[in-house]
Design a protein around this ligand. Structure first.
Ligand code: SF4
Length: 317
């Protein structure tokens, strides 16, 4: 069982100290082995920050991340290197973190060689790289080429091959198909699902595209200004959204268009995370807000089996 649980907040220093933005605010998220969790929200809601925390790239300033019941801070380097705790990120633009002067063979082969994941002579290492490229749907004969010689879809496959090369048990995909044409998007989404089956991978799939999330996820968590405000099995959240924010998101996108469109924003602007509204962060934009909403933070409560929502309306009656 793989449980990622974060109970924490992240503070990111901005240009004028002591201003801080609480990008992720007391989030408690459990991701079970083999499951795909979709994380949805408007840009700036903190979903990328949370993804980086889950991937271990960004440490929480408070709270903890647990793996299989263990605080990840207590794992030794050796356990991280040789154990099963391997989380990789797949970004919207994989080449932001790839050296353009390296050939694909080196991009994919470097990390497993450094971490001792693949041993043996050069031939064994080359065979290992070929295996990862094939898994990601790329022709290994192209491994001598450089990043700029590939199309956007092929580049994303290189990013995926690089992630797979360290034998992760979890992928955090941050808008991983957002920059691709629709037909290429479908190919990459299918690849993610094939890899899930073949390798028993777990996913945190971050996206602002509701159609992609509905297609891919077992469970969906909705974020608003750093907080998870609703979480439920995918079918449940799309059929019976509870939180007014989730309802507004789904109402904005006609169901028939779900596979092609994503939402831009709800009525009004997303408030600044530097100075979030008091009480329920959504209250200035919520058509159902009452006085209590402006002063008291609603907590996630069960509204149906496996379905939680953070709205004071659920306390009524
Ligand atoms: Fe709207 Fe109040 Fe519910 Fe927040 S707590 S979503 S403001 S009704």
């Amino acid at each position: 069982k793989l449980d990622w649980v974060d109970r924490g907040l992240v503070s990111v220093g901005l240009a004028k100290p002591p201003s801080v933005v609480r990008a992720v605010d007391e989030v408690d998220l459990v991701i079970r082995k083999g499951e795909v969790v979709g994380l949805v929200g408007e840009s700036g809601c903190g979903k990328s920050t949370l993804g980086r925390m889950v991937a271990g790239i960004l440490p929480p300033t408070a709270g903890k991340l647990y793996w299989n019941g263990r605080d990840v801070d207590t794992l030794s380097d050796d356990e991280r290197r040789t154990g099963k705790l391997r989380t990789q990120m797949v970004f919207q633009n994989p080449f932001a973190s790839i050296n353009p002067r390296l050939p694909v063979a080196e991009i994919v082969g470097e990390a497993p060689r450094i971490h001792g994941i693949v041993r043996g002579d050069r031939a064994a290492q080359a065979a290992y790289v070929d295996e990862q490229l094939l898994r990601a749907g790329l022709d290994p004969s192209l491994k001598g080429r450089y990043a700029h010689q590939f199309s956007g879809g092929q580049r994303q496959r290189i990013g995926i091959a690089r992630a797979l090369a360290v034998q992760p048990d979890m992928l955090v995909c941050d808008e991983a198909v957002a920059a691709l044409d629709v037909s290429i998007q479908a190919q990459i989404l299918n690849l993610f699902m094939d890899l899930r089956e073949q390798l028993n991978l777990t996913y945190l799939f971050i996206s602002h595209d509701l159609g992609v999330v509905e297609h891919l996820s077992d469970r969906v968590a909705i974020m608003y200004l750093g907080r998870i405000i609703e979480e439920a099995p995918t079918e449940e959240v799309f059929a019976r959204p509870n939180h007014p924010y989730t309802q507004a998101l789904l109402a904005e996108v006609p169901r028939i268009e779900l596979t092609r469109r994503s939402f831009s924003s709800i009525k009004g602007e997303l408030p600044s995370p530097l100075n979030p509204p008091s009480g329920c962060h959504f209250h200035p934009r919520c058509p159902h807000a009452v006085a209590r909403c402006t002063v008291e933070r609603p907590r996630l409560k069960s509204v149906a089996p496996g379905h939680t929502s953070a709205c004071h309306l659920n306390d009524v009656g």
